[in-house]
Write a protein that binds this ligand. Structure first.
Ligand SMILES: Nc1ncnc2c1ncn2[C@@H]1O[C@H](COP(=O)(O)OP(=O)(O)OP(=O)(O)O)[C@@H](O)[C@H]1O
Ligand SMILES: [Mg+2]
Length: 242
């Protein structure tokens, strides 16, 4: 049974259809890769699922209930957490406080929130930075802070938007192992990444967007051989920014 159902989602910004009639399903426990050239509409779709953008048309259902139309906080309470492509951290707060913001979603006790936040920081390898100001961290550490904040909400579905971009090979390997470990906690994931060597081995299934439309969906080994996908990526070379 479908856990997340994206049903004909269209999101327009003025005359531009950033998402154009996109439909796909994610099963509970699955890791789905969401790929496509720059500007294909991946981050916009995450914003629609998480409620940051109201959809222009279409529906989104999660865990048996309609979530499209709900505000972001209500969707987060239902168990959907996301990260942002450009890490959003509270720079004047400590790393621990940043993660406690997520933990407060499931508890109003400061002690419980702190204990949970510390546990999550340990999980992502940031225990040693708990008391540091978020602004003093490197970009890749800030990405881990927002990942920790998302995890601290105890999500059932995690939407990861380029959490591995800009990491060294060593950091990437660690991040892949970390993301894989979330599956053991029963977290379902949709992962946006540009690096094929990362997204293909980690994904059970891959959905491909181009110019706002879904152009392919299938097992990673089918997707890498798909003509439409190859064409979309060859076309990207003209205007690539990554
Ligand atoms: N808030 C907005 N207002 C207007 N246009 C937007 C807005 N957000 C995104 N767009 C446009 O929608 C299209 C899809 O953008 P989006 O950021 O979703 O792509 P993406 O697949 O995440 O790309 P990238 O791989 O570069 O992150 C682009 O043409 C972008 O310029
Ligand atoms: Mg994006």
């Amino acid at each position: 049974m479908s856990f997340l159902t994206v049903g004909g989602v269209t999101k327009r910004f003025g005359g531009l259809s950033a998402n154009d009639d996109i439909s796909f399903e994610v099963a509970r426990g699955e890791i789905v890769g969401l790929i496509g050239p720059n500007g294909a509409g991946k981050s916009t779709l995450f914003s629609c699922i998480a409620g940051y953008h109201p959809v222009t048309s279409g529906t989104i259902d999660f865990d048996g209930k309609r979530i499209s139309g709900l505000p972001p906080e209500a969707i987060c309470r239902r168990g959907v957490a996301r990260t942002f492509q450009i890490a959003r951290v509270f720079k004047e707060m400590s790393v621990l406080e940043n993660v406690m913001v997520g933990a407060f979603l499931s508890t109003s006790s400061r002690g419980e929130a702190e204990a949970h936040a510390r546990a999550v920081l340990g999980r992502v390898g940031l225990s040693g930075k708990a008391e540091a100001f978020a602004r003093s961290l490197t970009v890749s550490e800030q990405k881990r802070v927002q990942l920790a904040r998302a995890l601290a909400t105890r999500p059932k579905l995690l939407l990861l938007d380029e959490v591995m971009a800009g990491l060294t090979p060593q950091e990437t390997a660690e991040a892949v192992a970390l993301v894989r470990s979330f599956r053991g906690d029963g977290i379902t994931m949709v992962i946006v990444e540009h690096v094929m060597e990362v997204v293909m081995p980690i994904s059970d299934r891959v959905v491909v967007l181009d110019y706002g439309k879904k152009i392919a969906e299938g097992a990673p080994e089918e997707i890498v051989r798909n003509e439409l996908v190859i064409k979309a990526y060859l076309g990207e070379k003209r205007g690539a920014k990554h």
